[in-house]
Design a protein around this ligand. Structure first.
Ligand code: ZN
Ligand code: FE
Ligand code: FE
Ligand code: ZN
Length: 266
């Protein structure tokens, strides 16, 4: 198969992934993938914000680890990126991160719908019982729309993350998706097809077929990501992701070099 680039993978610096970047790269080479990108969880202004991201002091180490993978695997194109949490008010911090290295792209992800609740966190699953799912999805998509409008990101990560545990609102969320996708199209931000959802309770790619179809209609570009937290997850379920993209009419995905985009046939 002709693999699209896998643009979403992590490293042990975020404290919940295993395997060095060079091992992820070796796995990609073994599969026949031509391009990957590392997008580990970016540091926050305070290292104790949570326990699942790299410390700011490790950022140079992260870059060195990715550079090492590039040296070890010259036949593979390896991009340097971050998965950046979008929290309103952190725009200056994100701009500061952007200046520190020559990043190829930033994935903007919303995990937090307040400063204390990351909706995908298994340790916070009890919060879901205290809130109306529609309220959670609404706040989440407000933030995702703001992320798309911020001009800080090339790609928006796992666009319907609130489905992770299989908890869905009874209400129709189409207007929330619509608003986000219009913002993404207007600001020329791509949306990733993230196969990690297949490994969670929701058992489907992020985002849903409905959102991918709407994205296509709105002219939103796509990327592909495994969200690998271990080398064996590189490229996982890409056949399904390619099938989903093609089924709604996508013919190209995007690659990024130093934050400049190019369209590549799928
Ligand atoms: Zn992670
Ligand atoms: Fe994420
Ligand atoms: Fe991730
Ligand atoms: Zn992720």
């Amino acid at each position: 198969m002709v693999w699209p680039a896998d643009y979403h993978m992590h490293t042990p610096l975020c404290h919940h992934a295993t395997g060095q970047p060079t091992e992820y790269a070796a796995r990609a080479v073994a599969l026949g993938i031509k391009e990957i990108g590392f997008s580990d969880h970016s540091p926050m202004p305070q290292d104790d914000f949570d326990e699942w991201r790299m410390y700011f002091s490790k950022l140079d180490q992260y870059v060195a680890d990715v550079r090492q993978a590039q040296k070890d695997h010259p036949q593979l194109t390896i991009k340097l990126a971050l998965e950046v949490d979008y929290l309103p008010g952190q725009e200056d911090w994100i701009r500061k991160l952007a200046r520190l290295h020559s990043w190829d792209y930033f994935i903007g992800s919303v995990h937090y719908i307040s400063n204390s609740w990351a909706i995908d966190s298994p340790s916070k699953i009890s919060e879901w019982k205290k809130h109306d799912p529609f309220e959670v999805w609404s706040i989440y998509f407000d933030r995702l729309t703001a992320a798309a409008e911020s001009g800080l990101f090339e790609i928006i990560g796992h666009a319907d993350l609130p489905k992770k545990f299989g908890i869905y609102p009874k209400q129709d969320c189409t207007p929330l998706f619509e608003r986000f996708l219009k913002a993404a199209a207007k600001n020329n931000v791509a949306m990733e097809l993230n196969t990690a959802g297949l490994r969670k309770d929701c058992k489907e790619i992020y985002p849903s077929q409905q959102i991918v179809q709407m994205a296509r209609q709105h002219g939103v570009a796509i990327t592909f990501g495994s969200d690998a937290h271990a080398p064996k997850e590189v490229g996982m379920n890409f056949t399904e992701a390619i099938e989903l993209a093609r089924s709604v009419g996508y013919t190209h995905y995007r690659r990024f070099t130093q934050r400049q985009m190019e369209a590549v046939p799928i």
